[in-house]
Design a binder for this molecule. Structure first.
Ligand SMILES: Nc1ncnc2c1ncn2[C@@H]1O[C@H](COP(=O)(O)OP(=O)(O)OP(=O)(O)O)[C@@H](O)[C@H]1O
Ligand SMILES: [Mg+2]
Length: 279
C-alpha cells in the first residue's frame, strides 16, 4: 500500500513544475551518442511524449554521430572530426543527410507517436528554417559543413501552436539551396535562442561535463571557457558547452540521455542532475 501511495506522492511532487512549465518551450538536443540502445531511446521518447501531454512544448533536435559513422564505414568511408565537428563534403553529404533526415528523424517521430505524442519530422531545410553558409575557406574539407546565419522559426511556431512536437534534423540550406550539415548542438542552441525557450537541454552519453571523470554539477561561462582552453573539455563536448554559453536561454543543462528518465528527473524533481550552465 505504502508503495502505491509513494507513486501518488511522486505525481504530486511534479505538480508545481507542471504548472510552472505549461505552455513553455523546451528545446531538447538528443545526441546520436545516446541513441545506441533501442530500449533507452524509447524511454527518452516516452518522456518527450509525456512532456507534451502535460502542456509543455518540446522541440527535439537530434544528432546522429554514431549511426552516420556506421553508414559511412559500410560504404568504405572514414569519419573525421575537427573539434567535435564532422568533416562533411560532397563525398559524404548525401549519406549524412539520408541518415539524419531519412532514417533517424523518422524513427524518432514514430517512437513519439507510438507513445501518443503528435510528432512531425522536419529538417532545417523545411520552410527555409535554417539558412546557413559553408565553412569552406575557413576550415579544410568542410565544404558541406554549415554555420547558421538565420533561423526562420515560423514553421516551428505553426507546429507548436497546433500541438505538434517538431523533430528537427540538423541540416540547413545555403543561398543556392544546397544542403549543409550543421552540428546539432549548434542547431539546438540557435533554435532555443530564436524561440526564447524556457530550457535548453543537451542529452548525451555522459553524465555531464566531467573533469578527470568527476561530474561538474555547475559551471559558469568563464570556467567552461577555461576548461576548453586547457583541453579538459574536448571533442563533441566543445560545441555543446559553447552553445550553452552562447544561447540566450537562462536554464541550460547537459544530461546523460542513457540514464533512464533523466529528462523527467531534471524537469520534475528538485534534485538537479547533470551539469547546469550558470549564465
Ligand atoms: N570534459 C568532458 N566531459 C564530458 N564529455 C567530454 C568531455 N570532453 C570530451 N567529451 C566527450 O564528448 C562526448 C559527447 O559528445 P558527442 O559529440 O560524442 O555526442 P553527442 O553530441 O551527444 O552526439 P551527436 O554528436 O551524435 O549528436 C562524450 O562522449 C565525451 O567523450
Ligand atoms: Mg556531438
Amino acid at each position: 500500500m505504502e508503495k502505491i501511495i509513494d507513486k501518488a506522492r511522486i505525481l504530486i511532487e511534479a505538480l508545481p513544475y507542471i504548472n510552472e512549465f505549461k505552455g513553455k518551450i523546451f528545446v531538447i538536443k538528443y545526441g546520436g551518442s545516446a541513441m545506441k540502445d533501442k530500449n533507452l531511446k524509447q524511454q527518452v521518447m516516452k518522456d518527450v511524449a509525456l512532456l507534451s501531454s502535460v502542456g509543455i512544448k518540446p522541440v527535439v533536435v537530434h544528432g546522429g554521430g554514431s549511426d552516420i559513422s556506421k553508414l559511412l564505414q559500410s560504404v568504405g568511408q572514414e569519419s573525421t572530426f575537427v573539434d567535435g565537428i564532422r568533416v562533411t563534403n560532397d563525398d559524404n553529404i548525401d549519406y549524412v543527410e539520408m541518415m539524419l533526415s531519412g532514417k533517424l528523424n523518422k524513427q524518432i517521430v514514430s517512437d513519439i507517436n507510438y507513445y501518443q505524442g503528435k510528432a512531425v519530422g522536419i529538417s532545417g531545410r523545411d520552410g527555409g528554417m535554417i539558412q546557413a553558409v559553408s565553412l569552406e575557406g575557413e576550415k579544410d574539407g568542410m565544404s558541406r559543413v554549415g554555420k547558421t546565419v538565420k533561423i526562420d522559426a515560423s514553421l516551428l511556431y505553426t507546429l507548436l501552436d497546433a500541438g505538434y512536437v517538431p523533430i528537427v534534423s540538423p541540416l540547413g540550406v545555403d543561398e543556392n539551396g544546397k544542403s549543409l550539415n550543421i552540428n546539432a548542438d549548434e542547431v539546438a542552441g540557435e533554435i532555443a535562442s530564436e524561440l526564447k525557450a524556457e530550457k535548453l537541454i543537451y542529452l548525451t552519453d555522459v553524465d555531464g561535463v566531467l573533469d578527470d571523470g568527476k561530474l561538474i554539477s555547475q559551471i559558469d561561462s568563464k570556467g567552461a571557457s577555461a576548461l576548453i582552453e586547457n583541453g579538459v573539455i574536448s571533442g563533441g563536448m566543445i560545441p555543446k558547452v559553447s552553445y550553452c554559453i552562447k544561447s540566450n536561454v537562462s536554464n541550460v543543462h547537459i544530461l546523460n540521455g542513457t540514464l533512464e528518465h533523466s529528462l523527467l528527473l531534471e524537469i520534475f524533481t528538485q534534485e538537479g542532475i547533470g551539469t547546469k550552465i550558470i549564465k
